[in-house]
Design a protein around this ligand. Structure first.
Ligand SMILES: Cc1cc2nc3c(=O)[nH]c(=O)nc-3n(C[C@H](O)[C@H](O)[C@H](O)COP(=O)(O)OP(=O)(O)OC[C@H]3O[C@@H](n4cnc5c(N)ncnc54)[C@H](O)[C@@H]3O)c2cc1C
Length: 409
C-alpha cells in the first residue's frame, strides 16, 4: 500500500491531524489498533479536558466544536488555587481576564467522538482499524510501516500520534526523557449538594492534591485526587457509600454531600518530553510529542497546537509544490512546538514537585508563592492571557518568545 502521509494512532490528536489535511488532495492513511466501532462510540474514560480559548477556536476550525452536544460543554468562569488549609486561595476570574469565561470543560470521550465524526467520509482518508504497527523504517527515500496483518504501508511522511509512550517514536530512534512523578491520579465524576458556580479548584492539601472541575450540570464536577500511592487501591475498593462519605470529608464538606456518578479511574503520572519531535520523514504530534502532567491541564491543548503547527507547514509546502516531508519543513515545526511547550512542561514539573512535597521548606515556599501570586496582579494576568488569548498567537505567547531567545542550543 502507498500513501502520502501515514498517521499512527486515531486518538484525538491523530484524528485532528487527519482532519486538518482534508481537502488538500494528499492521500492519508490512519492506522489504529482499536476497532472502528470503539472510535465511533468511545467509552467514557473519566478524563475531563480543560480547553483554552485558542483550543476552542482550533476545534471550531477543524469542525469538532459544532459536533459537541450542549450538555457536553462546561463553562469555566473562575479558578482557585488553594494551599493547605487556606480558604481564599489564588483566584483567577474571567472578569479580571476581561472575558466571558476562562475556558471550557469537555469530556475526553466527547472530544474523541466529535473528532471521529469530523473525519467520517473524508475523501482521500483511509482508516486501517484493528491494526497495530509492528515495524517502522524511515530514511531519505520515505517511510515504511509493517502492519500486524503482514501488509506493508509506504508513505512520504510518517506522523506518530500513538500516545506519550509512542512505540513509533522509539522505533525511529528518538530518545525521550520520562519523568515518573511516583503518583497516580484518580478521577471520578461526582454530584454534589452545593453548586460549583463554574469554578475550578486546585487544592494542594498536605499529603494529597485535590481538584474539582465544574461540568455542564451546576451540581456535577469531576473530582481529581492524587493521594499517596497506598490509598489508591483502598479508594477503588470502597463501596459506593463509603466512597461518597470519604470524598465529602476530603473536600472538607465545602460542596455538601457528594455522590459518585461513575467508577473512579486511575492514571499513573508520567511526563514525557522527547529530544526531538521530528526525524527524517517523521514527525510526532499530540502526546507522542509532549506528554504533560495533567496538573496544568495542557496535554490536549498542546496536542491541538502541534496539529495546527505541523499541518499548516505541510499544507503550505504542498500548495507551493515543495516537498512537505523535507527536513526544512519538519525542523521549522520542531522549533515552533518546542518553544510553545517547553517552558510550561518544565514549569509543570516544578509545580508538581513542589506541591507534591510536604516537607517544611516546600510548604513555606508554597505559601510564599501563592501569597506572591495573590498580590501580583501581572502574574495572574499572564496566566489568564495564556488561557484566553485571541488571535493567531499561541497561548503563553510572551513566555514562548522569551524561551525562543533564551533556549539552550
Ligand atoms: C486524568 C487526565 C486529565 C487530563 N486533563 C487534561 C486537561 O484538562 N486539558 C488538556 O489539554 N489535556 C488533559 N489531559 C491530556 C489529554 O487527555 C491527552 O493529551 C490526549 O488525550 C492525548 O491524545 P493523543 O491522541 O495524543 O493520544 P492518545 O489519546 O493516547 O491516543 C493514542 C492512540 O494511538 C493508538 N495507538 C497506540 N499505539 C499504537 C500502535 N502501535 N499502532 C496503532 N495504534 C496505536 C491508541 O490505541 C490510541 O487510540 C489529561 C490527561 C489525563 C490522563
Amino acid at each position: 500500500m502507498q500513501c502520502d502521509i501515514a498517521i499512527v494512532g486515531a486518538g484525538p490528536a491523530g484524528l485532528c491531524f487527519a482532519r486538518a489535511l482534508a481537502g488538500s488532495g494528499l492521500k492519508v492513511v490512519l492506522v489504529e489498533q482499536a476497532a472502528a466501532e470503539r472510535l465511533a462510540d468511545p467509552p467514557d474514560d473519566g478524563r475531563e479536558i480543560a480547553l483554552t480559548h485558542h483550543s476552542q477556536r482550533l476545534m471550531a476550525k477543524l469542525g469538532l466544536w459544532e459536533r459537541l452536544r450542549e450538555e457536553e460543554i462546561g463553562l469555566l468562569r473562575e479558578a482557585k488555587v488553594l494551599d493547605g488549609d487556606d480558604r481564599d486561595g489564588l483566584p483567577f476570574t474571567s472578569e479580571e481576564a476581561g472575558k466571558d469565561n476562562l475556558g471550557w470543560m469537555v469530556g475526553n470521550h466527547a472530544i474523541r467522538r466529535a473528532a471521529w465524526e469530523a473525519v467520517a467520509g473524508q475523501p482521500d482518508l483511509t482508516l486501517l482499524d484493528g491494526e497495530k504497527v509492528s515495524l517502522v523504517h524511515a530514511d531519505a527515500a520515505g517511510a515504511v510501516l509493517a502492519l500486524s496483518d503482514g501488509r506493508e504501508l509506504r508513505a512520504q511522511l510518517l506522523v506518530a500520534a500513538d500516545s506519550r509512550f509512542s512505540e513509533t517514536r522509539r522505533a525511529v530512534g528518538i530518545r525521550a526523557s520520562m519523568h515518573d512523578f511516583g503518583r497516580t491520579m484518580l478521577v471520578c465524576r461526582m454530584r454534589h449538594e452545593v453548586p460549583h458556580a463554574q469554578t475550578a479548584w486546585e487544592w494542594f492539601r498536605y499529603g494529597q492534591t485535590l481538584a474539582l472541575l465544574p461540568l455542564h450540570d451546576p451540581q456535577v464536577s469531576s473530582a481529581v485526587l492524587t493521594p499517596p500511592q497506598q490509598e489508591i487501591r483502598r479508594l477503588q475498593a470502597m463501596s459506593e457509600d463509603e466512597f461518597n462519605r470519604d470524598m465529602a470529608t476530603r473536600f472538607d464538606g465545602r460542596l455538601g454531600a457528594m455522590t459518585r456518578l461513575a467508577l473512579p479511574v486511575a492514571y499513573p503520572l508520567v511526563g514525557v518530553y522527547p529530544q526531538r519531535f521530528v526525524a527524517t520523514r517523521f514527525a510526532t504530534v499530540g502526546d507522542a510529542a509532549v506528554g504533560m502532567h495533567p496538573v496544568t491541564a495542557h496535554g490536549f491543548n498542546f496536542g491541538l497546537l502541534s496539529v495546527d503547527a505541523l499541518s499548516q507547514r505541510v499544507l503550505a509546502a504542498h500548495r507551493a509544490g515543495r516537498p512537505y516531508w523535507s527536513d526544512a519543513v519538519l525542523h521549522s515545526y520542531d522549533i515552533e512546538h518546542r518553544a510553545a511547550t517547553r517552558p510550561l512542561y518544565e514549569a509543570t514539573r516544578l509545580i508538581a514537585g513542589l506541591y507534591g512535597n510536604d516537607r517544611l521548606p516546600a510548604r513555606v515556599l508554597r505559601k510564599f508563592a501563592l501569597g506572591l501570586g495573590r498580590r501580583a496582579a501581572p502574574f495572574r494576568r499572564l496566566v489568564m492571557a495564556g488561557l484566553t488569548q485571541d488571535g493567531g498567537d499561541m497561548p503563553f505567547g510572551g513566555v514562548r518568545r522569551a524561551w525562543v531567545r533564551l533556549r539552550p542550543r
